[in-house]
Design a binder for this molecule. Structure first.
Ligand code: C5P
Length: 422
């Protein structure tokens, strides 16, 4: 097993020609069992695309400060606290100057200032920038303040000059990372007298990972039209928030909705059922899967690339094909079936009967059935009347706020997990 197995690296990619080497670095780190979350500065995006970084890291790439102010996303504090080590590669003269001078004007520099982790920097810059007294002064300060360095190497620069300034090769950076871990603790202590408030008592889902699907899916007909079920995402969001309050690590896979993302959870936004299934599969393993999304059962076989136009010859006919059933797929996952899989059934007639059929067909542990017929006000409303349908029993709950349904459902999930463990 590599010394990097299970280590979480936060990689800051700053803007320099050496940014392409960061891609190889990601690959090398992952080969050794580390996970890599990447943050790119705006300038870095001129050299490599967030898409290639995301594909190699297998994680969402964070690019802008303000996309992170949404509570649902990981804030810059959490982003850096969640890592074991921060690596800046390439580290430009600019980003080093920002750290040395306490400047926080974008996501990368903000998290570097907010972090409680050691930092390893792999500088890459023009020779004269490296030798400049301002850079050298910054380096001296950084070395004295818990920033380690890998490189730069001597060599020919992209600009034609020769000397120090080339970024270390990825394998040399990997060795530098390994030696930092070999030295021990990578979290920096706070001065005496300040610190993190004592944590709250662990919740009933502490240590559990929960995946919730929420909202509708949109299945394109053409670039401007789609097929969807009515769903506000309120119940799914309420469940995710309740699970997070109960101490779980929560991932929400949400279709397009108009409400704020769930507080305390990580939200992954998707459009279609197929994207939702892929995102859920990638979020596995989990202890609990709650399928609250109103997934469109069908999609148009071949969505048009251009907007369909009215023609004199009548309406176009759409050929529909069935979408994958996410709940049934996860329930019957050959290796990663969560311990508890919960489905929903929204029906306008024969509620309990249909829910029972779904339970049997989809092989989940129980179904939360709700009547969404005309006049119930459930769709988009604040309240819900649900029935917990299990093989051989139905428990009908009173009409409750969606938040209260969520809290009770989380309680039930915790109880079922505890029972299963016995
Ligand atoms: O079959 P029906 O759509 O009524 O089943 C509802 C349940 O199945 C919900 O939990 C919903 O999230 C889930 N579902 C799914 N994938 C589909 C259709 C429904 O996960 N394609």
């Amino acid at each position: 097993m590599s010394t990097l197995t299970g280590k979480r690296i936060l990689l800051v990619i700053a803007g320099g020609i050496a940014a392409y080497k960061a891609l190889d670095l990601i690959r090398r780190l992952r080969e050794r069992g580390a996970s890599v979350h990447a943050v790119m500065t705006q300038a870095a995006e001129q050299f490599v695309t967030p898409l290639s970084v995301a594909s190699l890291s297998g994680e969402k790439v964070h690019t802008a400060l303000f996309s992170l102010t949404d509570e649902a996303e990981m804030g810059h504090i959490e982003l850096s606290r969640d890592a074991d080590l921060i690596v800046i590669a390439p580290a430009t003269a600019n980003i080093l100057a920002k750290i040395a001078n306490g400047i926080a004007d974008d996501l990368a520099s903000t998290l570097l200032l907010a972090t409680d982790k050691k930092i390893l920097a792999a500088p890459a810059m023009n020779l004269r920038m490296w030798l400049h007294p301002a850079t050298q002064r910054n380096l001296e300060w950084l070395r004295a303040n818990n920033v380690a360095f890998s490189g730069p190497d001597n060599g020919e620069m992209a600009c034609g000059e020769y000397g120090p300034g080339r970024m270390s090769e990825p394998l040399a950076i990997v060795s530098a990372i390994e030696s930092i871990f070999a030295q021990g603790e990578t979290t920096l202590p706070l001065p005496p007298g300040v610190g993190v408030r004592p944590s709250r008592p662990p919740g009933i889902l502490a240590g559990r990972r929960v995946i919730v699907t929420s909202g509708p899916t949109h299945e394109p007909i053409d670039p401007v039209r789609y097929i969807a079920n009515r769903s506000s995402g309120k119940q799914g969001t309420a469940i995710a928030e309740a699970a997070a309050r109960a101490g779980a690590e929560v991932v929400v896979i949400s279709g397009p909705v108009a409400i704020p993302a769930a507080a305390g959870a990580t939200t992954i936004h998707v459009e279609t059922a197929r994207e939702m299934l892929e995102a859920v599969s990638r979020a596995l393993p989990a202890d609990i899967f709650i399928s609250a999304a109103a997934v469109a059962d069908w999609r148009v076989d071949a969505a048009a690339g251009d907007k369909l136009k009215k023609s004199g010859s009548g309406a176009p006919s759409l050929h529909l094909v069935e979408n994958p059933d996410i709940l049934a797929t996860i329930s019957q996952h050959p290796t990663l079936r969560p311990k508890l899989v919960v489905g929903f059934a929204a029906e306008t007639t024969g509620l309990i009967e249909h829910a029972r059929q779904k339970l049997a067909r989809k092989k989940c542990d129980f179904i939360v059935a709700n009547d969404v017929g005309a006049g119930t006000g459930v769709m988009g409303g604040a309240q819900n009347t649900v029935h917990i349908v299990e093989t051989g029993s139905v428990d009908s709950w009173p009409k409750l706020d969606k938040d209260a349904v969520a809290a009770r459902l989380v309680g039930l999930c915790a109880q079922k997990l505890a029972e299963n463990a016995q």
